[in-house]
Design a protein. Sequence first.
Length: 267
Amino acid sequence: MSRIAACFDQLRAAGRKALIPYITAGDPNPEVTVPLLHALVKAGADIIEVGVPFSDPMADGPVIQQACERALVHHVSLRQVLEMVREFRRQNNTTPLVLMGYLNPVEVMGYGAFATAAAEAGVDGVLMVDLPPEEGGDLVAQLRQQSLDPIFLLAPTTTPARLKKICAAASGFVYYVSLKGVTGAATLDTQAVSNKVKEIRGVTALPIGVGFGIRDGASAARVAAVADAVIVGSALVSAIGALADTPDKIPAAAASLLAEMRRAMDG
Protein backbone atom coordinates (compact mmCIF):
# COMPACT_ATOMS: atom_id res chain seq x y z
CA MET A 1 0.00 0.00 0.00
CA SER A 2 1.29 3.47 -0.89
CA ARG A 3 1.95 6.08 1.78
CA ILE A 4 -0.93 8.14 0.38
CA ALA A 5 -3.43 5.27 0.59
CA ALA A 6 -2.22 4.37 4.08
CA CYS A 7 -2.56 7.99 5.21
CA PHE A 8 -6.17 8.24 4.03
CA ASP A 9 -7.00 4.84 5.58
CA GLN A 10 -5.66 6.00 8.95
CA LEU A 11 -7.52 9.30 8.77
CA ARG A 12 -10.76 7.58 7.78
CA ALA A 13 -10.46 5.19 10.73
CA ALA A 14 -9.93 8.16 13.05
CA GLY A 15 -12.83 10.13 11.58
CA ARG A 16 -10.54 12.93 10.43
CA LYS A 17 -9.85 14.73 7.15
CA ALA A 18 -6.47 15.28 5.49
CA LEU A 19 -4.78 18.66 5.59
CA ILE A 20 -2.51 19.10 2.57
CA PRO A 21 -0.34 22.24 2.44
CA TYR A 22 1.46 23.32 -0.72
CA ILE A 23 4.84 25.04 -0.72
CA THR A 24 7.19 25.95 -3.56
CA ALA A 25 10.53 24.19 -3.09
CA GLY A 26 13.42 26.62 -2.76
CA ASP A 27 11.22 29.57 -1.74
CA PRO A 28 12.62 31.97 -0.61
CA ASN A 29 15.89 30.02 -0.58
CA PRO A 30 16.80 26.33 -0.75
CA GLU A 31 17.94 26.13 2.88
CA VAL A 32 14.43 26.85 4.19
CA THR A 33 12.56 24.05 2.43
CA VAL A 34 13.39 20.95 4.47
CA PRO A 35 13.01 22.63 7.89
CA LEU A 36 9.72 24.05 6.62
CA LEU A 37 8.48 20.60 5.59
CA HIS A 38 9.22 19.23 9.06
CA ALA A 39 7.51 22.22 10.70
CA LEU A 40 4.38 21.68 8.61
CA VAL A 41 4.22 18.01 9.66
CA LYS A 42 4.45 19.01 13.32
CA ALA A 43 1.67 21.57 12.76
CA GLY A 44 -0.71 18.92 11.42
CA ALA A 45 0.04 18.35 7.74
CA ASP A 46 -0.98 14.86 6.65
CA ILE A 47 0.38 15.04 3.08
CA ILE A 48 2.52 17.83 1.58
CA GLU A 49 2.51 19.08 -2.00
CA VAL A 50 6.00 20.20 -2.99
CA GLY A 51 5.94 22.61 -5.89
CA VAL A 52 8.70 22.36 -8.48
CA PRO A 53 9.67 25.94 -9.46
CA PHE A 54 8.80 26.74 -13.07
CA SER A 55 9.23 29.90 -15.13
CA ASP A 56 5.68 29.93 -16.56
CA PRO A 57 3.24 28.48 -13.99
CA MET A 58 0.10 29.28 -15.95
CA ALA A 59 -2.41 27.84 -13.48
CA ASP A 60 -1.00 29.88 -10.60
CA GLY A 61 -1.87 33.39 -9.53
CA PRO A 62 0.65 36.07 -8.59
CA VAL A 63 1.42 34.69 -5.13
CA ILE A 64 2.74 31.33 -6.35
CA GLN A 65 4.25 32.90 -9.49
CA GLN A 66 6.33 35.12 -7.22
CA ALA A 67 7.31 32.10 -5.11
CA CYS A 68 8.62 30.40 -8.25
CA GLU A 69 10.56 33.53 -9.14
CA ARG A 70 12.13 33.67 -5.68
CA ALA A 71 13.18 30.02 -5.96
CA LEU A 72 14.49 30.39 -9.52
CA VAL A 73 16.78 33.23 -8.43
CA HIS A 74 18.66 30.39 -6.69
CA HIS A 75 18.46 28.21 -9.84
CA VAL A 76 16.42 25.55 -8.02
CA SER A 77 16.00 22.64 -10.43
CA LEU A 78 13.90 19.49 -10.47
CA ARG A 79 16.93 17.45 -9.42
CA GLN A 80 17.53 19.79 -6.47
CA VAL A 81 13.89 19.40 -5.41
CA LEU A 82 14.35 15.63 -5.41
CA GLU A 83 17.43 16.09 -3.21
CA MET A 84 15.29 18.09 -0.77
CA VAL A 85 12.81 15.21 -0.68
CA ARG A 86 15.66 12.79 -0.06
CA GLU A 87 16.91 14.95 2.84
CA PHE A 88 13.39 15.15 4.34
CA ARG A 89 13.12 11.35 4.18
CA ARG A 90 16.19 10.95 6.41
CA GLN A 91 14.01 12.01 9.34
CA ASN A 92 10.48 11.30 8.11
CA ASN A 93 9.59 8.13 6.27
CA THR A 94 5.83 8.28 6.76
CA THR A 95 4.39 11.62 5.59
CA PRO A 96 3.43 11.38 1.90
CA LEU A 97 4.97 13.93 -0.47
CA VAL A 98 3.41 14.87 -3.81
CA LEU A 99 5.46 16.68 -6.44
CA MET A 100 3.34 19.33 -8.12
CA GLY A 101 4.47 21.25 -11.14
CA TYR A 102 4.59 21.52 -14.91
CA LEU A 103 5.65 19.02 -17.51
CA ASN A 104 8.65 20.70 -19.18
CA PRO A 105 11.29 19.83 -16.54
CA VAL A 106 10.05 16.23 -16.46
CA GLU A 107 10.22 15.96 -20.24
CA VAL A 108 13.78 17.29 -20.17
CA MET A 109 14.79 14.63 -17.62
CA GLY A 110 12.82 11.89 -19.41
CA TYR A 111 9.76 10.11 -18.03
CA GLY A 112 11.52 6.92 -17.03
CA ALA A 113 14.50 8.67 -15.44
CA PHE A 114 12.18 11.05 -13.60
CA ALA A 115 9.93 8.32 -12.22
CA THR A 116 12.92 6.29 -11.05
CA ALA A 117 14.63 9.28 -9.44
CA ALA A 118 11.41 10.44 -7.77
CA ALA A 119 10.72 7.01 -6.29
CA GLU A 120 14.29 6.64 -5.07
CA ALA A 121 14.15 10.07 -3.42
CA GLY A 122 10.93 9.22 -1.56
CA VAL A 123 8.21 10.90 -3.59
CA ASP A 124 4.75 9.31 -3.37
CA GLY A 125 2.65 11.08 -5.98
CA VAL A 126 3.03 13.35 -9.00
CA LEU A 127 0.66 16.06 -10.22
CA MET A 128 1.58 17.73 -13.49
CA VAL A 129 -0.78 20.69 -13.88
CA ASP A 130 -0.52 20.88 -17.66
CA LEU A 131 -0.73 17.16 -18.40
CA PRO A 132 -4.27 15.98 -19.23
CA PRO A 133 -4.93 12.23 -18.93
CA GLU A 134 -5.45 11.98 -22.70
CA GLU A 135 -1.77 12.82 -23.15
CA GLY A 136 -0.48 11.33 -19.92
CA GLY A 137 -0.34 7.64 -20.77
CA ASP A 138 3.44 7.38 -21.16
CA LEU A 139 4.24 9.23 -17.95
CA VAL A 140 1.48 7.48 -16.00
CA ALA A 141 2.87 4.11 -17.08
CA GLN A 142 6.33 5.07 -15.81
CA LEU A 143 4.92 6.39 -12.54
CA ARG A 144 2.90 3.23 -11.93
CA GLN A 145 5.95 1.09 -12.68
CA GLN A 146 7.64 2.87 -9.74
CA SER A 147 4.52 2.64 -7.51
CA LEU A 148 3.98 6.41 -7.69
CA ASP A 149 0.44 7.79 -7.69
CA PRO A 150 -0.52 9.93 -10.71
CA ILE A 151 -2.81 12.68 -9.42
CA PHE A 152 -5.05 14.73 -11.70
CA LEU A 153 -7.05 17.93 -11.44
CA LEU A 154 -10.83 18.21 -11.76
CA ALA A 155 -12.52 21.56 -12.42
CA PRO A 156 -16.00 23.04 -11.88
CA THR A 157 -16.42 22.80 -15.66
CA THR A 158 -15.37 19.13 -15.95
CA THR A 159 -18.09 17.21 -17.82
CA PRO A 160 -19.46 13.87 -16.53
CA ALA A 161 -17.76 11.92 -19.35
CA ARG A 162 -14.43 13.60 -18.74
CA LEU A 163 -14.80 13.14 -14.98
CA LYS A 164 -14.92 9.36 -15.49
CA LYS A 165 -11.87 9.44 -17.76
CA ILE A 166 -9.79 11.50 -15.33
CA CYS A 167 -10.74 9.41 -12.29
CA ALA A 168 -9.91 6.19 -14.17
CA ALA A 169 -6.37 7.47 -14.81
CA ALA A 170 -5.77 8.70 -11.25
CA SER A 171 -4.70 7.07 -8.02
CA GLY A 172 -3.90 8.30 -4.52
CA PHE A 173 -6.53 11.03 -4.58
CA VAL A 174 -8.13 13.45 -7.02
CA TYR A 175 -7.70 17.20 -6.69
CA TYR A 176 -10.85 19.25 -7.22
CA VAL A 177 -10.07 22.85 -8.17
CA SER A 178 -12.96 24.65 -6.49
CA LEU A 179 -12.73 27.87 -8.51
CA LYS A 180 -12.63 28.91 -12.13
CA GLY A 181 -9.36 30.80 -12.55
CA VAL A 182 -5.89 30.77 -11.07
CA THR A 183 -4.74 30.02 -7.53
CA GLY A 184 -5.69 32.59 -4.91
CA ALA A 185 -8.24 34.20 -7.24
CA ALA A 186 -11.67 34.27 -5.61
CA THR A 187 -13.98 33.42 -2.73
CA LEU A 188 -15.04 29.86 -2.03
CA ASP A 189 -18.64 28.78 -2.65
CA THR A 190 -18.99 25.88 -0.22
CA GLN A 191 -22.40 24.75 -1.50
CA ALA A 192 -21.10 24.55 -5.07
CA VAL A 193 -18.11 22.56 -3.80
CA SER A 194 -20.40 20.19 -1.91
CA ASN A 195 -22.52 19.59 -5.01
CA LYS A 196 -19.48 18.83 -7.17
CA VAL A 197 -17.91 16.56 -4.56
CA LYS A 198 -21.13 14.50 -4.49
CA GLU A 199 -20.94 14.17 -8.27
CA ILE A 200 -17.30 13.06 -8.10
CA ARG A 201 -18.13 10.50 -5.38
CA GLY A 202 -20.58 8.92 -7.78
CA VAL A 203 -17.70 8.16 -10.15
CA THR A 204 -14.73 7.21 -7.97
CA ALA A 205 -13.86 5.69 -4.60
CA LEU A 206 -10.64 7.72 -4.50
CA PRO A 207 -10.35 10.37 -1.78
CA ILE A 208 -11.28 13.86 -2.97
CA GLY A 209 -9.11 16.83 -2.06
CA VAL A 210 -10.36 20.37 -2.56
CA GLY A 211 -8.04 23.30 -3.18
CA PHE A 212 -8.09 26.94 -4.39
CA GLY A 213 -9.85 29.50 -2.17
CA ILE A 214 -8.97 28.10 1.27
CA ARG A 215 -7.53 30.98 3.28
CA ASP A 216 -8.07 30.32 7.00
CA GLY A 217 -9.44 27.98 9.61
CA ALA A 218 -13.07 28.80 8.84
CA SER A 219 -12.81 28.03 5.12
CA ALA A 220 -10.74 24.91 5.86
CA ALA A 221 -13.41 23.62 8.25
CA ARG A 222 -16.21 24.24 5.72
CA VAL A 223 -14.36 22.27 3.05
CA ALA A 224 -13.43 19.49 5.50
CA ALA A 225 -17.15 18.98 6.14
CA VAL A 226 -17.71 17.88 2.54
CA ALA A 227 -14.34 16.63 1.20
CA ASP A 228 -11.71 14.08 2.24
CA ALA A 229 -8.84 16.56 2.12
CA VAL A 230 -8.29 20.30 2.40
CA ILE A 231 -5.51 21.66 0.18
CA VAL A 232 -4.05 25.05 1.05
CA GLY A 233 -1.56 26.83 -1.18
CA SER A 234 -1.70 30.57 -1.78
CA ALA A 235 -2.49 31.57 1.81
CA LEU A 236 0.53 29.65 3.05
CA VAL A 237 2.84 30.78 0.25
CA SER A 238 1.76 34.38 0.86
CA ALA A 239 2.82 34.09 4.51
CA ILE A 240 6.15 32.65 3.39
CA GLY A 241 6.65 35.46 0.89
CA ALA A 242 5.99 38.12 3.52
CA LEU A 243 8.97 36.77 5.48
CA ALA A 244 11.31 36.30 2.51
CA ASP A 245 13.82 38.72 4.02
CA THR A 246 13.77 36.93 7.41
CA PRO A 247 13.71 33.27 6.34
CA ASP A 248 14.55 31.96 9.81
CA LYS A 249 11.03 33.02 10.89
CA ILE A 250 9.26 31.14 8.10
CA PRO A 251 8.87 27.62 9.56
CA ALA A 252 7.23 28.88 12.75
CA ALA A 253 4.95 31.34 10.95
CA ALA A 254 3.82 28.78 8.38
CA ALA A 255 3.28 26.20 11.11
CA SER A 256 1.13 28.66 13.07
CA LEU A 257 -1.15 29.28 10.07
CA LEU A 258 -1.46 25.58 9.34
CA ALA A 259 -2.11 24.70 12.99
CA GLU A 260 -5.05 27.12 13.00
CA MET A 261 -6.55 25.24 10.05
CA ARG A 262 -5.89 21.88 11.70
CA ARG A 263 -7.67 22.98 14.89
CA ALA A 264 -10.65 24.31 12.93
CA MET A 265 -10.92 21.11 10.88
CA ASP A 266 -10.70 18.86 13.94
CA GLY A 267 -13.03 21.02 15.99
